[in-house]
Structures are given as structure tokens and as C-alpha cells.
Design a binder for this molecule. Structure first.
Ligand SMILES: [Zn+2]
Length: 265
């Protein structure tokens, strides 16, 4: 009977790349050898107990380039959420402007409290634990984002016959950039990290939700809603596609202390 340890040792003779983290799983019920690429890129070889070592080694050896291709594809598609390093010079994007972080213990010049963004393109913040700093920086995004929504929303409210609409900014996890809750709440909420996106995408998220707030008849993303969006943002489909492409690599607010070295570029 085939032994997983022996099989793995035999596969070792193929000199498989260590990043494959190859494992062998015996499947007594199965008759076919199968290769599975895990979402973390690890390679599992599923082997029926009746298979001989030679057959398994040949099977894997023959599919080496296929495994490589699959792993590359996974790598391209896998989400990779960057974390901001809390060190001087780290860039933070907010509403189409880039600010470079500068850690200071007291607010400089005419700045009242920290964190704060200054006209010179600097985001001043206290050196703090990542979770505390993240909360403080999130507050900055929340305030800036909310003011932007209230100002930008006004013409849409008038044009779309929307009345009594409220706005909010909070953490919406990693799956949503914005939501509209209605009709009781009648509330458009945006994720605080949405304001770090390029401006065409910030606008798209906002206008998408405002179109819901007009409470069109029919399905949530049905013809009436689409018609409204087309009117307000003729290129919304392209922005939607851009946003989907960006979601896997967007910053979702993760911060790490300056002690962690940056990965090489
Ligand atoms: Zn929607």
C-alpha cells in the first residue's frame, strides 16, 4: 500500500520548488490522481491508495509547467491588501491628494490637534501603536469624507428629487465601498478607506449609492436605477470595472508599525 511519506520523498527527487509546499493526501475512495492548488499557492497531490510511486512521480513531473501556470494565475488573482507603514514619508491618499506621513509628538505651527493634514502635503500624526494610529487616521478620513459627501451630494439631491437624505462614513469591511439603507434610514454610507481611491472611483461609489437613494422602482440594480446612473455618470460601467480590478489590491486601512521592514519592491 502507498504511504504518503514515501510518496513525498519520491516527489523530492523531482526537485520541486520549495514555495510549492507540496503535500500528499491519500484518498482511498479515489481512483484518479488529482492536483489541487490551494488559494495560498500550496500544491496538494491527491493520490488513490492503489497508485504506485512511479505513476505518481510521473504524473506530477508531466504536469510541472501546468502547476506553474496555475500558481501564477492564482497569484495574479489573489487579494493582496497592502498595509501602510507608520513611518515618515509613507504616502496616504485622501480625496485625490497625496499626503506624506510625518510623525511628530506635538502639533507644528497653526495645527490644533493630531492627526491633521496640512497644505504642504504632510499628514502629521503622533507616533502610536498601529491600532491607535489607524483609528486616528480613520477619523481624519471620516471627517474629510463626510464633508465631501455633504457638499457633493447637494446637486444630486436637487436633481434627483431626494429629500431628507443622511450621510455617514464608517468601516464597511473588505467587501463594500458604499451602501444605501432606505427608506426608513434613508442613509448613504461610504467606507472611510473609499476616500483613498482615485477620485473617479470615489465619485462612482458615491453616485452609485445616490442613484439608490432616488428609490427607483424595480430591482436594486434594475433598468430604472441604471437609467439614473447613465444620466448622472455616462461612463459608470468603465468606473465600475476599474473598481472591481482595484478591489484586490486596495488599501483597507491596515497599518503596521515602523519596526516591520518594508518588503522589497
Ligand atoms: Zn448598489
Amino acid at each position: 500500500m502507498t504511504n504518503a511519506g514515501h510518496l513525498l520523498a519520491a516527489l523530492g527527487s523531482l526537485g520541486l520548488p520549495s514555495e510549492w509546499r507540496t503535500t500528499v493526501v491519500l484518498c482511498p475512495q479515489s481512483r484518479l490522481i488529482t492536483i489541487k492548488i490551494r488559494s495560498n499557492g500550496a500544491v496538494a497531490v491527491l493520490v488513490p491508495t492503489a497508485a504506485t510511486i512511479e505513476r505518481v512521480v510521473k504524473f506530477v513531473s508531466d504536469r510541472r509547467s501546468w502547476i506553474n501556470q496555475q500558481r501564477e494565475r492564482f497569484e495574479l488573482c489573489a487579494p493582496r491588501y497592502p498595509a501602510k507603514a507608520l513611518v515618515d514619508g509613507e504616502p496616504f491618499d485622501l480625496l485625490g491628494h497625496r499626503y506624506l506621513l510625518r510623525l511628530v509628538t506635538t502639533p507644528p505651527g497653526d495645527i490644533g490637534k493630531l492627526p491633521a493634514i496640512a497644505k504642504d502635503g504632510i499628514l502629521y500624526a503622533k507616533p502610536q501603536r498601529p491600532d491607535v494610529a489607524r483609528r486616528a487616521i480613520a477619523g481624519l478620513y471620516r471627517d474629510g469624507g463626510l464633508a465631501w459627501m455633504q457638499q457633493q451630494g447637494r446637486p444630486y439631491e436637487v436633481d434627483g428629487g431626494i429629500s431628507g437624505l443622511s450621510y455617514a462614513v464608517r468601516n464597511l469591511g473588505r467587501k463594500r465601498w458604499g451602501i444605501y439603507e432606505g427608506p426608513d434610514k434613508h442613509l448613504v454610507t461610504m467606507h472611510w478607506t473609499a476616500f483613498a481611491l482615485p477620485m473617479p472611483l470615489v465619485e462612482y461609489v458615491f453616485v452609485h449609492e445616490l442613484a439608490h437613494a432616488t428609490q427607483p422602482t424595480g430591482r436594486a440594480h434594475g433598468p430604472q436605477w441604471r437609467q439614473r446612473l447613465r444620466l448622472w455618470m455616462p461612463d459608470w460601467r468603465r468606473r465600475h470595472a476599474d473598481l472591481l480590478g482595484m478591489c484586490r489590491h486596495a488599501w483597507f486601512g491596515d497599518c503596521r508599525s515602523g519596526d516591520t521592514p518594508k518588503p522589497p519592491l
